[in-house]
Structures are given as structure tokens and as C-alpha cells.
Design a binder for this molecule. Structure first.
Ligand SMILES: Nc1ncnc2c1ncn2[C@@H]1O[C@H](COP(=O)(O)OP(=O)(O)OP(=O)(O)O)[C@@H](O)[C@H]1O
Length: 344
């Protein structure tokens, strides 16, 4: 792992398991009494080896806590987890050797060059000098950092620094790479670049990647399978397409001119046959419709007859936001904002 600590060499393991990560009923409470925060209320998940797995959830959902337990940095109160075939509690040292971990906060040394950072990381893992040089060169080239390798990393761009963090986590050839919010704070171009790197890692190196994100688009783009986490529980699981496929038809999204009209609007739309899962968040009303074109027309007529003014209307295929809304009862954005406020 990429935190600066010594780890023992892993015991001989048999062939890599088909399931790279498995968690069963993990619970975790921080604090006690009135101050207790139930961060995890029974998280279970299973990650096939060689795939990208997404843990998607709003701020405060429990993604980082789950990652910390799987990377041996925190202990669950209850439940079990195995990573790369090793139990996270009984074989913690073996787990640490089998994984790379990129936390939310940068872990490179800004006062050292890229090359010095990689070299130090290799020494922490007890790798021979020649192997550090070989693997370091390979990683610098793979991430397009070779030209900058001898410059101080504090002068690198945010995207380059993030890629160095990933390279550091990969120096010792881990089987499973954990990425905690890998693209938070990056500009759109650097984010797209990082997505391409992450997708490439599992496709070309057979690495298992477990990433946490609160970007719906990131999970949709990258994850072969994902869990949606809300309030410390898994509320939905599947491939992005399976999850979206659970919602039949299309989604109508209507921006109300006056948020005060939302109750009247919901009542009017709910009464229409073929319109389901009507919800409203501030001034945005959403509903699923089986036959988009004709139900869109009926919806607009119903709102007009009820005296509800409309600012704009869109019709779209269901997104992961709609999946989240169905399971959590509120939009992802609203939950994300609430989670940020709770944590403050
Ligand atoms: N060390 C801690 N002490 C007390 N409460 C904590 C601690 N770490 C996390 N929490 C709380 O546990 C809950 C889950 O936090 P966690 O960081 O796992 O969520 P998250 O989904 O990763 O969110 P974020 O994206 O904001 O990191 C939150 O309510 C958070 O405030």
C-alpha cells in the first residue's frame, strides 16, 4: 500500500481467487451514546477479480469507512472481509502486501521528484534496487510522467500528481487497487485522462480496481459492477446497465416555474396512467413513463389544467441518479449536499 509503513512479505498464497474482494455484513459505529455515528449498518459486497468495482454514494454514505476496513486501516465492529484471498483481520499484513491504496488526500512527497518518490516507495516495500528502477520506469512511462520524472512534484499539475499517487500504489505489483475518490478536485480534462488510465489498468494488467466516487458519471463510465451506498447500507447492486434497466421506460424531468406549486404538480402527474415513481426535489419534478412521447404530452396537459407553470421539460433514458432516487427517496445531489453539511 502507498502509506509509508513497513509491511511483511505476504505468506505464500495459492492462485489468485476469482473473487478479489468480499465483504459480509460490515458494521461500524464511531463514538458512543448521543455522539454515536452509525457509519456502516451492514455492508456486503463481492468483487470479481480483474474488474472495476464502484462504490457510489453521496458524502457521508460510508464509502471511505468501507475502504478503510478493506485496506486494514480500520476495524469493523462486526462482519468479515477477505481481500485477495486473505482475511483483513487475521492476515492484515498479507492483505497490505496484496493491495495498493490511493487515499483521498495526496500521499506523494511534494519536496521530492517523481523519481525519488517512486524510489522511496519501492524501498519501503523492500524491493531490490534493480526492480525499483525497472518498475519505476515502466510506471512513469505508462502514466505519461517520464519527462517530468526529475522535476519536483510540487511543480506538477494536479492531474500529474494524482497519477503519481496511483503509480506509487502500484510499485509492488498489487493484485487489488483501492482508489478513494480518484478524480475529486481534477478539471474535466484531467478527470477524463484519469478515467482512461483506470479503465486501462484493469483491461491490460488484469488488476482489480475498487473505487469510491460520488460522481454518478464516473461510476457509469468506469464500473463493471457497482453498489450504491446510502446511510451505511447497500441500496442497489449490479452493472450500471442492469441498475438503469430496472427502471422501465424513460424519465421525464420538469422544471417548475414556481417551487410552491410542487404539491399540486405531484398530485396532477401521479393521477396519470403509465406515469410512475413521481418525485419532486426543490423545483424539479421527475417521473418514469412507459411510453415517453404520449405520456409526456398527457403530463403537460395535466399540469396545464392544474394551473402549474413549467420552466422547462426534458425526456431522457434513466440515469444512475434515477436509480438512486428510486432506492433512497431523494436525489443524489440533495443527499450529497446533506452529507456535506452533516460532516461539517
Ligand atoms: N473518524 C470518524 N469519527 C467520527 N465520525 C466519522 C469518522 N469517520 C467518518 N465518520 C462519519 O461516518 C459517516 C460515514 O463517513 P465516510 O467518510 O465513510 O463516508 P463517505 O461516503 O466516504 O463520505 P465522503 O465522500 O464525504 O468521504 C459520516 O457520517 C462521517 O461523518
Amino acid at each position: 500500500m502507498s502509506t509509508h509503513q513497513h509491511v511483511r512479505v505476504a505468506p505464500e498464497s495459492t492462485a489468485p481467487p476469482d473473487i478479489a474482494v468480499e465483504a459480509i455484513d460490515l458494521t461500524k459505529t464511531y463514538g458512543t451514546g448521543d455522539k454515536a455515528v452509525h457509519a456502516l449498518a451492514g455492508i456486503s459486497l463481492s468483487v470479481p477479480a480483474g474488474t472495476v468495482f464502484g462504490m457510489l454514494g453521496p458524502n457521508g454514505a460510508g464509502k471511505s469507512t468501507t475502504t478503510k476496513i478493506l485496506t486494514t486501516l480500520a476495524r469493523a465492529d462486526e462482519g468479515h472481509a477477505r481481500v485477495a484471498g486473505f482475511d483483513v483481520e487475521r492476515d492484515a499484513a498479507a492483505v497490505r502486501h496484496a493491495i495498493g491504496y490511493v487515499p483521498q488526500k495526496p500521499c506523494f512527497d511534494p519536496t521530492a521528484t517523481g523519481w525519488e518518490n517512486l524510489s522511496l516507495q519501492g524501498r519501503i516495500y523492500g524491493m531490490p534496487k534493480k526492480e525499483i528502477a525497472r518498475r519505476g520506469t515502466e510506471l512513469l512511462e505508462r502514466f505519461g510522467l517520464a519527462e517530468a520524472a526529475n522535476r519536483l512534484t510540487k511543480k506538477w499539475s494536479g492531474g500529474m500528481q494524482r497519477k503519481l499517487d496511483v503509480a506509487l500504489a502500484l510499485i509492488h505489483h498489487p493484485q487489488v487497487l483501492f482508489l478513494d475518490e480518484p478524480t475529486t478536485g481534477l478539471d474535466p480534462e484531467a478527470r477524463a485522462d484519469m478515467w482512461a488510465e483506470i479503465a486501462g489498468l484493469s483491461k491490460t494488467s488484469g488488476l482489480t480496481v475498487v473505487l469510491t466516487t460520488h460522481y454518478l458519471e464516473e461510476a457509469d463510465n468506469l464500473a463493471d459492477n457497482l453498489v450504491i451506498i446510502d446511510h451505511g447500507r447497500v441500496v442497489a447492486t449490479g452493472t450500471p446497465d442492469e441498475l438503469k434497466g430496472q427502471l422501465e421506460g424513460e424519465t421525464i424531468q420538469i422544471q417548475l416555474a414556481d417551487p410552491e406549486a410542487r404539491d399540486v404538480a405531484v398530485a396532477a402527474v401521479t393521477a396519470i396512467d403509465g406515469v410512475h415513481d413521481v418525485s419532486v426535489d426543490d423545483a424539479t419534478l421527475r417521473a418514469n413513463v412507459t411510453d415517453g412521447a404520449s405520456n409526456m404530452a398527457r403530463t403537460l396537459v395535466a399540469l396545464d389544467s392544474s394551473g402549474v407553470e413549467i420552466a422547462s421539460v426534458t425526456l431522457a433514458r434513466p440515469s444512475l441518479d434515477d436509480v438512486y432516487l428510486r432506492h433512497a427517496g431523494r436525489s443524489f445531489r440533495a443527499a450529497d449536499e446533506a452529507g456535506t453539511k452533516e460532516a461539517a
